[in-house]
Design a protein around this ligand. Structure first.
Ligand SMILES: [Mg+2]
Length: 399
């Protein structure tokens, strides 16, 4: 005869399969039979005739954690009830453990309550009703604990999933914001920076320059501002249509970007007007850059479709910021750009396809200087406020 019985966990016995699994361990078969009779209508029963056998049975189970409750006799040969239960604490921490013991062993049991994680101990002879109720409550405690663990595991899983979802959404949002920001700073047609870009980043550059000026007023580099305008662009649009005009703008922007250094900013200011911000170049460097731009544009062929090409030119006005070196906060960068625009106007008046650079010479009345140069550049020049530098293509400057 087998020392333990598996008959009650027969897979075909569907009636029993739903019942909680309880293990009975006792070295006296009569005791096991009494307990079995008491419990088998509500529980699936497995049995062991001593601690060692019960351990072996547990070791052979696929999932011993499905044993919801164990009732073990204390006094058994080889392995006592407490020793047996102690050995399975780690393997089946949630299983409810009950010890049946005689009076003489109760102190041993009390000492072992924590170590063997006992749910309860009952002394023999036990009251059948009390034992049934104790087993019932023990199984309920086991099941409630299981549900709580399952609930908290699910909760953790949900939190992890939601956190991941949230992170993904945040990432997408931040990508969308980046894309939007880039879009808002980019000219749609040409793909270069737009006016908004300059308004956003120029103040940072100016602030940096202000700091440099405070640290070493003697040696600092002005920021070159160029206003670039395509000559007779209106005629292109009138004669060839706006699609052709757009093609020219795209190629023109490309030439500007190719001609400038990577650190320069090339901005579509609006229509056929472009602004270039060039840092770290001396006056001659900025003028050389303007010269190269004029040359590269004039030498390029602009395709108009249907194998037609067009030659275009551009004019450039230059002013450097701060315009007044000794009074660097008097004129804003926007006002300095307006002076570059005045220089552009002069380039247009002097044959186009050329550049003009306006710089300070000896400004007597700084406070009224800006108003004067914007309204009458000729007067500013004649009173010695400004220098006019220009391309060699201009032999005599018309003011
Ligand atoms: Mg015994």
């Amino acid at each position: 005869m087998s020392v333990f019985s598996m008959k009650n966990i027969d897979q075909d016995n569907n009636k029993d399969a739903d019942k909680p699994l309880v293990m009975l361990v006792d070295d006296e078969i009569e005791n096991i039979n009494v307990l079995r009779q008491l419990l088998e209508s509500h529980f699936q029963i497995i049995t062991g005739l001593n601690g060692a056998e019960a351990l072996k049975l547990i070791d052979n189970m696929v999932d011993p954690k499905q044993i919801q409750l164990i009732i073990s006799d204390q006094r058994m040969p080889k392995v006592t009830g407490v020793e047996f239960l102690e050995q399975i604490v780690d393997k089946m921490p949630d299983t409810i453990r009950i010890i049946l013991t005689g009076y003489s062993d109760t102190q041993v049991i009390i000492d072992a309550i924590n170590k063997a994680k006992l749910y309860k101990f009952m002394t023999k002879p036990f009251d059948p009703v009390e034992l049934s109720l104790t087993v019932q409550r023990g199984v309920e405690a086991f099941q409630m604990r299981r549900e709580l663990i399952e609930y908290s595991t699910n909760l953790e899983k949900i939190v992890v999933e939601r956190t991941q979802e949230l992170n993904e959404k945040n990432e997408k949002l931040s990508e969308a914001i980046d894309a939007l920001e880039k879009q808002s700073l980019t000219d749609q047609l040409t793909g270069i920076h737009n006016r908004h870009f300059l308004s956003k980043f120029m103040p940072q550059d100016v602030a940096k320059l202000d700091r440099e000026l405070e640290q070493s007023p003697a040696e600092f580099e002005q920021i070159g501002l160029m206003m670039v305008d395509i000559d007779f662009f209106k005629q292109v649009n009138d004669n060839y249509g706006h699609d052709a005009g757009d093609k020219i703008l795209i190629k023109f922007a490309h030439i500007l970007v190719q001609t400038c250094r990577e650190s320069d900013w090339v901005i579509r200011w609006g229509g056929e007007e472009f602004v270039i911000i060039a840092r770290g170049l001396p006056k001659e460097g900025i003028e050389n850059l303007a010269e190269r731009i004029c040359a590269n544009v004039a030498e390029s062929e602009f395709e108009m479709g249907l194998e037609k090409t067009l030659s275009i030119t551009c004019s450039i006005g230059i002013a450097s910021f701060p315009f007044i070196r000794k009074n660097h906060q008097l004129l804003t960068w926007q006002q300095t750009l307006n002076i570059a625009d005045t220089a552009l106007y002069m380039a247009k008046n002097n044959g186009r396809n050329t550049w003009v650079n306006l710089s300070e010479k000896n400004i007597k009345q700084p406070e009224s200087f800006y108003r004067n140069i914007i309204t009458d550049v000729k007067l500013s020049f004649e009173c010695g406020d400004i220098n006019i530098h220009h391309a060699s293509s201009i032999t005599h400057v018309e003011l």
